[in-house]
Design a protein around this ligand. Structure first.
Ligand code: SF4
Length: 358
């Protein structure tokens, strides 16, 4: 990644106030053979008001399961949920979303947290006009049908669509237009947070950029926070303020996107950023990260990355590191980073994090 890309990616966060705090969140699946797949395991993450936070990591790292747990969807009987998801509501109340019933969570979704699910372009009903699909969500949250219908042109305008789109059926829309309709549904009840899971996957680069610009504009105009899930670190560089890297069900590094991409600390983050091709760097082979992500029913002992890590030390195979904060001075000394490290947290023995978690 070039300095220019990294510089243009940096935007300061506008508030330090927490909006959502994920604390030691576990999502464990009970397998048919009696075993346990620990798909998300002790994840910690804070989302602040009016910020865009990105969650990155390879397929199978637990990104989607983490946001589904925040949203309270897919809570099947074979899943065990542990930890807390503390949501700071507009009225000052703090709710633990992980403790709410499915019925209570259904009220929270859309009104407090909007959702743009993975592959959502294909989730629109082919037999309903766009307006009816947008109205449905609002009516299910208690708004009158007439009021909901009157709101549709404004919502379409907010996501950059002409109001004439409301009369169309999904098959008359391009992929980018369908994604905008899904975003319009997501913001229809004016939530505090939008969770967008791979919203630009399968879109061409130009459409992708316009969708990212729309999300950024919604943050600025509506003051919402956005959780952006993407395996594509370059997409995060375009959009987010802070970045969280997930590996094997855990958050292994968080911080401001600029310092993280310029000087990654965790060896896994370094592998991800090194794999981003640039058009300005001297031609060189991109090796990627050796090996594959381990299976959640058999995470390696110690640091879960140790089998793939070129910096692994003897204790890495035995002792799991913990996510710890590093001071600006410490990170600057380690990496000669000139900029603020913006609350860098990392889980790696290279930075002295001992742990006793199993
Ligand atoms: Fe590598 Fe050890 Fe750090 Fe894990 S704890 S990322 S194995 S150096």
């Amino acid at each position: 990644m070039t300095d220019t890309q990294v510089q243009s990616a940096f935007r300061p966060t506008t508030s330090d106030e927490p909006l959502l705090e994920v604390k030691d969140l576990d999502v464990h699946f009970r397998l048919k053979n009696g075993g346990l797949a620990r798909v998300v395991d002790g994840a910690n993450l804070t989302i602040r008001r009016n910020e865009i936070i990105g969650i990155a990591g390879e397929s199978g790292s637990g990104k989607t399961t983490l946001v589904e747990a925040i949203l309270g969807i897919n809570r099947f009987s074979n899943r065990q949920l542990g930890g807390q998801v503390l949501y700071h509501a507009r009225n000052g109340e703090v709710m633990d979303l992980a403790a709410l019933s499915p019925h209570q969570m259904a009220r929270v979704r859309l009104s407090e947290i909007g959702y743009v699910p993975q592959g959502s372009m294909n989730s629109l009903s082919p037999t309903m006009r766009v307006a009816d699909q947008i109205v449905d969500g609002m009516v299910s949250h208690g708004m009158s049908k007439s009021k909901a219908r009157a709101k549709v042109p404004e919502l379409l305008e907010k996501v950059g669509l002409d109001k004439r789109v409301m009369r169309l059926y999904p098959h008359e829309l391009s992929g980018g237009m369908k994604q905008r309709v899904i975003i319009a549904i997501g913001i229809s009840m004016e939530p505090s947070i939008i969770i967008a899971d791979e919203p630009t996957t399968a879109l061409d680069v130009n459409v992708q950029r316009r969708i990212l610009a729309t999300l950024m504009r919604l943050r600025d105009e509506m003051g919402v926070s956005i959780i952006m899930v993407s395996h594509d670190v370059a997409v995060h560089a375009e959009l987010v303020d802070r970045l969280a890297i997930m590996y094997a069900g855990q958050v292994v590094e968080t911080g401001g996107v600029r310092p993280m991409l310029k000087a990654p600390l965790h060896p896994y983050t370094k592998g991800l950023t090194d794999a981003i091709p640039t058009i300005t760097a001297t031609r060189q082979r991109i090796d990627g990260i050796r090996g594959v992500t381990p299976s959640p029913d058999n995470w390696p002992k110690g640091c879960r990355f140790h089998n793939r890590c070129q910096y692994a030390m003897p204790q890495c195979a035995e002792i799991p590191p913990q996510l710890v904060s590093l001071s600006d001075e410490r990170v600057k000394a380690l990496n000669q980073v000139e900029t603020s490290t913006e609350d860098r947290m990392v889980s790696c023995h290279l930075y002295g994090s001992g742990a006793d978690r199993d």
